[in-house]
Write a protein that binds this ligand. Structure first.
Ligand code: AMP
Length: 197
């Protein structure tokens, strides 16, 4: 049995990860996935790039969301355009066999109209950089009122880059009772110091 099947993932997800060559979870996935699959929890995780952190939050998300609905139920915020595109590609590959799954990348330096059109089709997951997402919120091109999961990836980098205000504005558009999953390469204490800078 593929170890992802034993974790409780559906056939569609197991088939997709098997094709990607994932046979067993990485250490961070082993720790994080069972906790997130329970559905109702906040999380702070210490993880560097290359540890498999995208799948650590991405696979539980694909399991927990309702892809028969067109509402935006999850927002993933990350510091750079490259990471945004990479996360989007990864999530698209995990959901390859799930009908109706629509994952849209939102980042600066590309057409806001095209991104808005993709969201309008019904994006269950929006993967975004903070500045462009804020711009979209201002122009009412994205509705975050049904978000149940907010993922902050490379949160330390986002704070370092001065995105604190953008993040606050974005999160204020999401329901209070959502789950927040925060991934950072530095520990929480240091993160708090960054926040007050
Ligand atoms: P990340 O830390 O999310 O950037 O992932 C680093 C690399 O590890 C990516 O190329 C993933 O496709 C790969 N990867 C993630 N999880 C697994 C796994 N369980 N087994 C094998 N490769 C994986």
């Amino acid at each position: 049995m593929n170890k992802f099947e034993a974790l409780g993932f559906s056939n569609a997800i197991v088939k997709a990860v098997t094709e990607l060559g994932f046979e067993s979870p990485t250490p961070i996935q082993e720790k994080v996935i069972p906790a997130l699959l329970k559905g109702d929890t906040d999380l702070v995780a210490l993880a560097q790039t290359g540890t498999g952190k995208t799948a650590a939050f991405g696979l539980p998300l694909t399991h927990l969301l309702d892809f028969t609905s067109r509402d935006t139920q999850a927002v993933i915020i990350c510091p750079t355009r490259e990471l945004c595109m990479q996360i989007t590609r990864d999530l698209q590959s995990y959901t390859k066999y799930i009908d109706g799954a629509n994952i849209v990348a939102v980042y600066g330096g590309a057409s806001i109209d095209n991104q808005s059109r993709d969201i309008k089709k019904g994006a269950q997951i929006v993967v975004a950089t903070p500045g462009r997402l804020n711009d979209m919120i201002d122009r009412r091109r994205v509705n975050l009122s049904n978000v149940r999961y907010a993922v902050l990836d490379e949160a330390d980098e986002m704070l370092n880059m001065g995105f604190k205000e953008d993040l606050d504005t974005i999160l204020s558009q999401t329901p209070e009772e959502k789950n927040t999953w925060l991934f950072s390469a530095v520990p929480e204490l240091k993160l708090r110091k960054l926040q007050t800078n």
